[in-house]
Design a protein around this ligand. Structure first.
Ligand code: NAD
Length: 333
């Protein structure tokens, strides 16, 4: 089957080629998929896309007219796809429900430890021959309270790692999981979690309910100086409110792997250009903010598994008319 692979990076090609083993005709395209690039899928029965491709009703309609029957996401989140429109047009949407929750959880903890012990600043200092410890004071993770919002696959891994550090884990999820309790977490209400946590770590999907879950009001109810980690999706936090929180000191430190407007920035080398996003540029000015460009998933294990499951979805759709890991409209409920 001919598959148009959008937002292709060299590493995507490397891993997808191995998983494909020559079975399907994969056409690699660098541009992001949106209504203006959807015509490049001409002749393909499937498109393969990533987190910042925009599959709104417009784009899906163009794909449907060209005979595309499958959208194979190379990721777990599917907030960038209009599932209702896809269903109405008879387009199957499939994803990679699980690849390596460890990759993402370990990155979340890496951000926590780096921010806490200021490793990024210490490393830069030592390279310049500056061995002063002024401003590098951290705290013991042991005994601290961490609020984990969203205790699915990744939240569970984070809970297990932090329990190992001797942290007290408070959890919030509309669907509590006993495995998290067994790992040492205590489920509480969101206000309780905000009130008691030294660190708040976000691991819920982006849905209408979680959009700007961390806003001005939520920040006001958090512990002054709280560390906030967002590794889920950018719009789960209201970035402007976060900046105000950082300026007032209510937020003591911030670790981000995702950003509300990341589709205009991430996954590209913009080091020789001017950043036009003033909100993002402001974030970069804080010494207590650490940002990575949506790389939490980026381990050998995770990327291999993403490629394997993506090809499984494509093959299964070709062989049976059904993807191995479809997403249905019901998942929006
Ligand atoms: P998952 O589906 O296993 O878990 C998500 C959990 O969030 C579920 O338990 C669900 O009940 C809970 N949830 C839903 N609504 C909630 C709400 N309003 N408040 C609190 N919890 C809520 O998903 P996962 O594999 O653990 O991934 C979680 C999210 O992490 C994904 O949706 C994606 O956005 C993000 N992610 C980021 C990266 C990255 O590289 N930065 C990689 C993978 C996933």
């Amino acid at each position: 089957m001919r598959v148009a692979v959008f937002s292709t990076k060299p590493y995507d090609k490397t891993f997808l080629e191995v998983a494909n083993a020559g079975k399907h005709q994969l056409v690699y395209l660098e541009p992001r998929l949106d209504a203006s690039t959807a015509f490049s899928a001409e002749g393909a029965k499937a498109v393969c896309v990533f987190v910042n491709d925009q599959l709104d009703a417009n784009t899906l309609a163009i794909l449907a007219r060209q005979g595309v029957g499958l959208v194979a996401l190379r990721c777990a989140g599917f907030n960038n796809v209009d599932l209702v429109a896809a269903e109405a047009m008879g387009i199957t949407v499939a994803r990679v429900p699980e690849y390596s929750p460890h990759s993402v959880a370990e990155h979340a903890v890496a951000l926590m430890l780096t921010l806490n012990r200021k490793i990024h600043r210490a490393s830069a200092r030592v390279r310049e021959g500056n061995f002063s410890l002024e401003g590098l004071l951290g705290f013991d993770m042991h005994g601290k309270t961490v609020g984990v919002i969203g205790t699915g696959k990744i939240g569970l891994c984070v809970t297990r790692i932090l329990s190992g550090f001797g942290c007290k884990v408070l959890a919030f999820d509309p669907y509590p999981d006993n495995r998290c309790v067994d790992a040492g977490a205590k489920y509480v209400t969101l206000p309780e979690l905000f009130d008691q946590s030294d660190i708040v770590s976000l691991h819920c999907p982006l849905t209408p309910q979680t959009h700007h879950l961390i806003d001005e009001k939520a920040i006001k109810t958090m512990r002054p100086g709280v560390m906030l980690i967002n590794i889920s999706r950018g719009a789960v936090v209201d970035t402007r409110a976060i900046i105000r929180g950082l300026k007032s000191g209510m937020i003591g430190s911030l670790g981000l792997d995702v950003y509300e407007e990341e589709e205009n920035l991430f996954f590209r080398d913009l080091s020789s250009t001017v950043i036009h996003d003033d909100v993002f540029a402001r974030l970069l000015t804080f010494p207590n903010v650490l940002i990575t460009g949506h790389q939490a998933f980026f381990t050998h294990e995770a990327v291999s598994e993403i490629a394997r499951t993506t090809l499984e979805n494509i093959s299964s759709f070709e062989d049976t008319g059904y993807a191995a890991h479809p997403i249905s409209v019901e998942r929006l409920a």
